[in-house]
Design a protein around this ligand. Sequence first.
Ligand SMILES: NC(=O)c1ccc[n+]([C@@H]2O[C@H](COP(=O)([O-])OP(=O)(O)OC[C@H]3O[C@@H](n4cnc5c(N)ncnc54)[C@H](OP(=O)(O)O)[C@@H]3O)[C@@H](O)[C@H]2O)c1
Length: 393
Amino acid sequence: MLLYYFAAYVTFATCICAEDVCKGNRCDTQACPCGCECGNSHDPGLCYVPATAMAEPPPQKMHAVQGSGHSCYKPDWSCISENLVLPDVPMANQALIEMRGSSVNPINVDLVEPACEGGFEGKFPCSNGTLGNEGAGIVLAVGANCAGLKKGDEVWGFMHGAYAQYAIADCTKLGLKPSNLGFINAGTVPVVGSTSLQCLKSAGMPSKKTNLTVVVTSGQGGTGFMAIQLAKALGATRVVTAATGAGIDFVKSLGADVVVDYHEQDLADALADDSVDIVFDNFGRKGTADKMMHTIRKGGTFLVLMGGNGGTISKRPKAGVRQVDFGLMHANQQTLDELRALFVAGKLHTRTMQPTYGLAEVPQAFTRLLSGGVLGKIAIVPSRAHQPTSMIV
Ligand SMILES: NC(=O)c1ccc[n+]([C@@H]2O[C@H](COP(=O)([O-])OP(=O)(O)OC[C@H]3O[C@@H](n4cnc5c(N)ncnc54)[C@H](OP(=O)(O)O)[C@@H]3O)[C@@H](O)[C@H]2O)c1
């Protein structure tokens, strides 16, 4: 630990020195001092600190919402606390992000609920440290080998500990935020957008088939509201999904053509034999593969998303139906960039529930997710800490 903070001190000391050397020097008449670069977008004749150098030390302390390493229940969520902690320092291949938006995904809640004791799904222990895994914000500093990212960039992507005022992210898991999205909305997209895009591609989209029918087993939640829009954007002629209550009009507004009320009817019973090409089982409930199999045409695909509902592929698939056990989404910049292009082109839209939640309200946000009826996403706003702190400059 001591070594860690010593390394951090050396980084800052070096960089403050570099900034001092660059300051006030111009390169229109002579070369910049060693370690400085010539010209930036504001002034082509100014010497400045290269983007990959730390331009200023990060704040002393920040608010962060942390798990204790043990489990707890709603509504008190006693294993979650908001603490004042030192921000981490970006090492090579990492960036420090000033967080402006994040969101709640089922996995964030799963990893503090009792199922995490002994390892959720046998893989993930209870959260111990800062919670949250995605968001949007502004690059404050970058370590070495982060070509393409610089201080001041507005980014979205995957963070280590996103429910904090500042977070570390791997540079390969960040992308430039779509210019037409605010930080709060953008911060709700990386996980669900990347998951649904990767799943639909793994299921064969975009496809050369005409009149393609795609089923999204759960339409109104995070992965679902993205998947409906993505299926249409990638060429589906007909999208079939399940929703309920106000969710029915919501998913229709996103482009769903056939909507089954899942409190009234099972999606598999509502569909005719051999009537669909792709089933994206994002709800992933046990037994769905067997139930849906009759609906899938020869040459079609059933894909199940690994999640908290225990779904699997079928042990007795219909002849001619391909099955995909998707596993985990791969956090990467390429997928984020594909999503950005679709947002900028107006083919994707966010849906953020009101109210949004500040850091001190993360427990309420978790309870809200578990209460049902969430259409789209629940946003966390990390810049809305409860108490003002001296580090906010
Ligand atoms: N493997 C991966 O990399 C990965 C990535 C992302 C997500 N996941 C998993 O995928 C699953 C879905 O994630 P999500 O982000 O979409 O969750 P979410 O935002 O909670 O959405 C789930 C939705 O399903 C609705 N629902 C409840 N019963 C239903 C039924 N019988 N039929 C259809 N819909 C029903 C819920 O409505 P109510 O709230 O009103 O009940 C909710 O809107 C979770 O298990 C998650 O852990 C896995």
